[in-house]
Design a protein. Structure first.
Length: 408
């Protein structure tokens, strides 16, 4: 049997914690547990010398086994945690360097696609240009965005044909959403939580068939992260965020899958506007659109825009109506008949409702009487009246978001 001093030497030789101070503290804790066990055992010793010797021998064996087993358990736990933390640190380091990404995002389900991004950054991590396909609940008509040099192209397909809005905007409309899904940013935030003791990282219980390393991160935050790392490049391939629950039945929140990393600029053709020939183009950068607000309040300006737009349609003045619809050309209205049937009577503009969107927005309910098929019909609209970033002080009807119904 090894003596107690040998056990101490054995413990001191174990090098599983890189921090020497933490290793010393852990050793002292283990020895304290052993001494406490020794005192407890000594108090129960029988007066018989033979029993005392036997008990002492048994204690030595038991104590040795307990200490060794405890150390092995601690070693396993610490090794798992430290190695996983080290793997996370390697991933953070590998992700530095201004990568451009091709990303697929997911929402509410690991299979429910949300957005697909091609995003290019400069050496300072600043977004240079982006292509985005918004797929959330748009299986038949995904919306596509292109943004570069503060100009955005937004293409929206639909039953009335494709619609392309070109506008001036300092930031890509969904840049905040892209930032949340940037794999470099996500990994840095998770690593910072681990370093600050607000989260712990460990290897996942199972490894996927594709051979990726799996890390699981839990902590004080209400989320659990599952991170898939390429063991060769140390780059993140996927991050899934689960909303933690008290019963352990965590719900899927959101996730990203990095389809492609690029340390060189992406193919410029990815960011060139290329849409069907019959696409209706709404140009909001060549000149002013909408109505100047003047001294009107925001609410009154929104109502006045809706009223003037319907009065222009009633007068067959599609040039004025088009300006009030954000720069829409006449074919925009022609394709949307009978929805945009000419108002003949009873133009009514209701109370505006403020709505938080990408800037000041009011939903304005409107109705009017139109003639369709020889009969009078009441047409109901809800116009989304907005002010554009490149159209300071001017309000117009958002031509891409319209709510429509007909009363027979």
């Amino acid at each position: 049997m090894k003596s107690e001093r040998s056990i101490e030497k054995f413990l001191k030789r174990i090098d599983v914690i890189p921090d020497a101070e933490r290793k010393r503290l852990r050793l002292e804790e283990l020895l304290e547990v052993r001494d406490k066990a020794k005192r407890t055992t000594s108090a129960d010793v029988q007066p018989t010398i033979r029993r005392f010797i036997m008990n002492r021998q048994i204690w030595k064996v038991a104590a040795s086994l307990v200490i060794i087993a405890t150390v092995i358990g601690v070693v396993g736990i610490v090794q798992n945690g430290n190695q996983a933390a080290y793997a996370l640190e390697q991933t953070v380091a590998a992700m530095q360097g201004g990568y451009s990404y091709h990303i697929q995002t997911y929402y509410r389900s690991p299979d429910q696609r949300w957005d697909e991004f091609w995003a290019e950054f400069n050496e300072y991590g600043e977004l240079i240009r982006v292509r985005q396909i918004d797929q959330w609940k748009k299986e038949d008509f995904p919306v596509e965005f292109l943004w570069e040099n503060q100009v955005e192209h937004k293409y929206k397909p639909g039953y009335w044909g494709g619609l392309l809005v070109i506008c001036k905007t300092e930031h890509h409309v969904d840049e905040d959403r892209l930032e949340k899904f940037n794999p470099e940013t996500m990994i840095e935030e998770i690593s910072r939580d681990v370093e600050n003791g607000e989260a712990t990282v460990a290897y996942g219980d199972s490894q996927p068939q594709d051979g990726y390393t799996v890390l699981e991160v839990t902590g004080n935050h209400p989320y659990r992260y599952v991170i898939f790392v390429d063991p060769e490049t140390k780059l993140v391939r996927r991050v899934d965020q689960y909303n933690r629950s008290d019963d352990g039945d965590d719900e899927y929140g959101r996730g990203i899958e990095v389809l492609e990393y690029n340390d060189q600029p992406l193919d410029s053709k990815l960011f060139e506007p290329s849409f069907p020939a019959d696409t209706i183009v709404i140009d909001q950068i060549s000149g002013p659109v909408g109505m100047a607000q003047g001294d009107l309040s925001d609410e009154d300006a929104a109502c006045e825009v809706a009223r003037q737009a319907l009065e222009a349609l009633a007068a067959d003045d599609y040039e004025t109506a088009g300006l009030l619809f954000g720069g829409a050309p006449p074919e925009y209205f022609e394709r949307r008949r009978p929805a945009f049937s000419k108002p003949v009577a009873d133009i009514v503009v209701g109370e505006p409702r403020s709505y938080e969107w990408y800037g000041p927005t009011f939903k304005v309910p409107c109705s009017y009487v139109a003639e369709q098929g020889g009969e009078l019909t009441t047409i109901n609209w809800t116009f989304w009246v907005i002010t554009g970033e490149g159209q300071s002080g001017r309000w117009f009807v958002n031509p891409t978001y319209l709510e429509f119904s007909v009363e027979e």
